[in-house]
Write a protein that binds this ligand. Structure first.
Ligand SMILES: NC(=O)c1ccc[n+]([C@@H]2O[C@H](COP(=O)([O-])OP(=O)(O)OC[C@H]3O[C@@H](n4cnc5c(N)ncnc54)[C@H](O)[C@@H]3O)[C@@H](O)[C@H]2O)c1
Length: 419
């Protein structure tokens, strides 16, 4: 075998949407992988070859890797040749980066480090985090040399490799996407790249760690700013009584214009979160990025007020809210604007009956439990009983809904799929 990592052990720390597919693609290429998570349910399920969340093709690949004996799980960080850290990096209620999970990993990882080990931070992080991670590990292990304190080859190699995969296509994009790998030294980048070349067929661009962190944040902030433009247009069009979808379609006929489609807001734990890391890193300079975040955060409130305005026409309004996940065809509800909209409607209008449907979910998420005016029902049932139908997520199942069912109802299509 030419690749040294076929014989090395890789510990993937954090078995979520990023860590588990990464562990599985490595294991399915013959690498010995130990998946580590603090959640005992996840650890047990993965060990049995069961996926803890839905993602196309993940179940088959995981059960194959488990059957081959290439993947095991643990709640403790083991001694390994390489470590990939893929734990959450959310924001606090004050929109500051919460790096507690990454540094909790650093504390547990430090005692296990052996000379030659590679540590790759995959979690999306504010600029400078990988350097700080290295300093933290170095402080805990004065017996080893780290890249930020030696000029020649250190004992431990540290890099940042941000992730660009799209949920719903994780197993394809994990392999096909181009990647950036930023090392604390060029040798760190090259060592980490050797590991990723085991499964990555995309181009691997090598850089320094802080530039790699910054590139990831620049990508997601770019998306957020462009979505904010579309969302702001949609609110202007609502005010002027214009059809935003028609306006965007016409404007996009310009050869150098490509306006994105508006929506109910921005969700998920990436685009709705990562731009705040840039705002935190340079508060004075990140004016546009902060404003875009505020525009996108305001969009769910706009949808709520539009629904409430329409509801005034009915004595006992029944509203069907279709979709709860943060985007189409996934069961991930993190930071979902749809949930924010449904919760605000249930709270602000207790006399309104709200029928919620999401074919990707089996029950109401915890944030929506306990509202007496809210029920989780099948899509046809919700639509049939509703005066107002608010489409909040463009799941495929909603695209094919017979238009006849919508006749005579007030339709608020926040994704423009029923035009
Ligand atoms: N999901 C995506 O589409 C996506 C895309 C690009 C980047 N990212 C980034 O990747 C990182 C991971 O995101 P995710 O979506 O996989 O998160 P996730 O919440 O799905 O999974 C994280 C896992 O880490 C575990 N964990 C938390 N603390 C731990 C600890 N101290 N030790 C071991 N395990 C621990 C959790 O139990 C969970 O299973 C984040 O920084 C995120 O921003 C995610």
């Amino acid at each position: 075998m030419d690749n040294p990592f076929y014989s090395g052990t890789v510990a993937v720390i954090g078995l979520g949407y990023i860590g588990l597919p990464t562990a599985v693609v490595l294991a399915s290429r013959g690498v010995s992988v130990i998946g580590v998570d603090v959640n005992p349910v996840t650890v047990e399920r993965v060990a049995r070859g069961e996926i803890p969340f839905f993602e196309p093709d993940l179940a088959t690949s995981l059960s194959g890797a488990v059957a081959l004996g290439n993947i095991s799980t643990s709640m403790e960080i083991p001694v390994a040749d390489a470590y990939i850290i893929a734990v959450p990096t959310p924001i606090t209620p004050n929109e500051e980066a919460d790096m507690s999970h990454v540094f909790a990993v650093a504390e547990a990882l430090a005692p296990q480090l052996r000379p030659g080990a590679i540590v790759v931070l995959e979690s999306t992080s504010p600029p400078g985090t990988t350097e700080e991670l290295s300093r933290t590990l170095a402080a805990a292990r004065p017996d080893l040399t780290f890249p930020n304190d030696v000029n020649d080859s250190p004992d431990i190699f540290i890099a940042h490799c941000p992730e660009r995969v799209l949920p719903g296509r994780l197993m394809v994009e994990m392999v096909e996407n181009n990647r950036v790998i930023g090392g604390l030294t060029p040798e760190c980048a090259e060592r980490a790249a050797e590991l990723y070349r085991v499964f990555c067929r995309g181009e691997i661009q090598l850089s320094d760690a802080t530039s790699a962190e910054m590139a990831k944040l620049a990508e997601n902030s770019y998306r957020d700013v462009n979505i904010a433009y579309a969302n702001e247009l949609s609110m202007i069009c609502d005010k002027l009584g214009l059809d935003v979808w028609e306006i965007v379609k016409m404007a996009n006929h310009h050869p150098r214009v490509n306006i994105l489609q508006p929506g109910p807001g921005v969700g998920g734990h990436c685009i709705a979160v990562d731009p705040w890391f840039l705002v935190g890193a340079a508060p004075e300079e990140a004016v546009l990025i902060r404003t875009a975040r505020m525009v996108n955060d305001a969009k769910p409130h706009h949808v709520v007020s539009q629904v409430l305005k329409s509801a005034r026409r009915f004595r006992d309004p029944v509203v069907a809210c279709l979709g709860l996940s943060y985007k189409a065809n996934v069961d991930d509800t993190r930071e979902s604007p749809a949930i924010e909209i449904v919760a605000a409607l249930a709270q602000q209008e207790p006399s309104m009956t709200i029928l919620v449907s999401d074919p990707m979910l089996s029950k109401l998420p915890s944030a929506l439990q306990g509202f007496s005016n809210l029920q989780f029902v099948k899509t046809h049932e919700a639509v049939a009983a509703a005066d107002i139908v608010a489409l909040l997520v463009d799941h495929n199942q909603f695209r094919t809904l017979p238009r006849k069912l919508l006749e005579g109802k007030v339709v608020m299509d926040t994704r423009g799929i029923w035009r």
